[in-house]
Design a protein. Structure first.
Length: 95
């Protein structure tokens, strides 16, 4: 007579955790920027608790907090480049 076959244990894989708190590009404080995504309103909002900087953007169902944060960084860089193009002498002198 043989033994009863044992069930194999189910191995669960840990899902990678996506950050929801980030470093502020203006005041450089760690974990001061928090992302809140509202799928009902299709908007995401980033707020810095230290300096009060904020950013809002439209989102869809696949948007993650890291995507919203990098959209904010891209918008900051675009504004900086636009300002440098408008004032080439000031940008060259570091003003």
């Amino acid at each position: 007579m043989g033994r009863r076959a044992k069930k194999q244990k189910v191995v669960t894989k840990k899902r990678p955790v996506v950050a929801t708190k980030f470093k502020c590009p203006f005041c450089n404080h760690q974990s001061s920027v928090e992302c809140k995504i509202s799928n009902a309103e299709a908007r995401a909002k980033l707020d810095c608790r230290v300096c009060g900087a904020s950013f809002s953007t439209p989102v869809h169902h696949l948007t993650e907090p890291i995507d919203v944060f990098y959209e904010w960084l891209d918008a900051c860089e675009a504004a900086k480049n636009k300002q440098a193009a408008a004032d080439p002498l000031g940008a060259a002198l570091g003003r």
